[in-house]
Design a protein around this ligand. Structure first.
Ligand code: PEP
Length: 255
């Protein structure tokens, strides 16, 4: 698969002020300009989206962290895919484990994906198991997450979706650390097998698979090279401009 590597920053509920968000965004943009082999997507809190989009694009896209499936109406606190599209948001994270933990279901994830595809926003579908078991029941869980999230998604639309494999046990400050690249490679093969059973082998092969969970400068190269992924979804390490730009440099050096 020859395509640009994709690096997604999930800022979650950080930083605390729009001034800090601007500073971080500008620093990342400045360094991203030097690199041609990767696409950078910054997903800030929705409150900061318009401010960040007011800067000239320059190789960095802005994404949302969540969306609601209805186009408009009485849904307090929600933002629709139509509204995001009107603000020229290009990507949106869907089904992050932290949202699933708050009660988001596969059915809701599916509705969000369909709503985003309708308006031309690329969903970044997060999937991942809580833990691994010796009998590999976690594989059935991954398969169900994919099947349910993509229910009703047409083959032609699959090329507009990114899949982010984020094992929950590898995410966040309490994680045991990132996945081993070999285990990740096995999982990418499995995800493509599930996709090729649902669609065609060729379609499955063209879906970019990203990895997320405790990525930093020490493991980014190995994960990209030996994990056989097309990009990274980064939480904590995306909040430090220097660390994040180091990771961009590393990803661009991986052939
Ligand atoms: C995430 O929560 O999506 C994530 C990848 O977090 P971290 O990089 O901090 O493990």
């Amino acid at each position: 698969m020859t395509q640009k590597k994709i690096i997604v920053a999930n800022w979650k509920m950080n930083p605390e002020s729009v001034a800090e968000a601007k500073k971080l965004f500008i620093t990342v943009k400045r360094s991203a300009k030097k690199y041609r082999k990767s696409s950078i997507v910054i997903c800030p809190p929705s409150l900061y989206i318009q401010t960040l989009l007011s800067f000239p694009r320059g190789g960095v896209s802005v994404g949302a962290q969540n969306v609601f499936w209805e186009p408009k109406g009485s849904f307090t606190g929600e933002i629709s895919a139509v509204q995001l599209a009107k603000e020229r948001v290009d990507y949106c994270i869907v089904g992050h484990s932290e949202r699933r933990e708050l009660g988001e279901t596969d059915e809701q994830v599916n509705k969000k994906i369909l709503a985003l595809l309708k308006v031309g926003i690329t969903p970044i579908l997060c999937i991942g198991e809580k833990e691994r078991d010796h009998d590999a029941f976690y594989l059935a869980h991954i398969k169900d997450q994919i099947k349910e999230a993509l229910s009703g998604v047409k083959q032609k639309d699959l090329s507009n979706i990114l899949i982010a494999y984020e094992p929950i046990w590898a995410i966040g400050s309490k994680a045991k650390g990132a996945i081993q690249p070999e285990e990740l490679h096995q999982m990418t093969i499995y995800i493509r097998k599930v996709l090729s059973d649902l669609y065609s082998q060729r379609t499955a092969f063209n879906v970019p698979i990203l990895y997320g969970g405790s990525v930093d400068q020490s493991n980014a190269e190995d994960i990209m090279k030996r994990g056989e992924v097309q990009g990274l979804l980064i939480g904590r390490a995306s909040l430090d401009a220097h660390v994040f730009t180091d990771i961009i440099t590393i990803v661009n050096s991986v052939s």
